[in-house]
Ligand binder design. Structure first.
Ligand SMILES: [Zn+2]
Length: 142
């Protein structure tokens, strides 16, 4: 599958930078609160004035929790039988008060260490009904 034969799972959620992949969110310039995905307004009750700017987040974080996706997720990815369960992690991003959910790229989904360090990658979730790779952010152990 060539790289041109791929589509993002959603627009505006992640980007490729010179330093590697990053999540695209917002940061309030007044209070520093971080948001992913982008937010129109700051939700910090102590913030005096919303001043949202685009911000990139990642790539490192720690696994706060892990679960197994036991049934096929909704479109755009189309699953061929049999469905293979995969791991999904809740990740505390390094240096940010920000928790992000992402699929985990691991060999053994049943054997993942909570608290372990992970890094952001952009990778295929599977194929859509036209055979294109559906690209999204994922996390893999460092
Ligand atoms: Zn704020």
């Amino acid at each position: 599958m060539s790289k041109s034969n791929s589509i993002p799972a959603a627009e505006g959620l992640f980007t490729e930078t010179a330093d590697g992949p990053r999540l695209v969110g917002s940061r309030c310039a007044t209070c520093g609160s971080a948001y992913f995905p982008r937010a129109q307004a700051c939700h910090n009750p102590e913030c005096e004035r919303t001043d949202m700017r685009d911000a990139n987040f990642g790539p490192r974080g720690r696994l706060a929790s892990v679960t197994i996706q036991g049934y096929p997720p909704p479109a755009p990815v189309v699953w061929s039988d049999p469905y293979t369960p995969y791991a999904v992690g809740l990740v505390d991003l390094e240096d940010e008060a920000l928790r992000v959910i992402g699929r985990l790229r691991v060999d053994d989904p049943e054997n993942i260490e909570v608290g372990g360090e992970v890094e952001l990658v952009l990778a295929s979730l599977g194929h859509d009904d036209e055979g294109r790779d559906v690209i999204s952010w994922q996390f893999q152990p460092v």
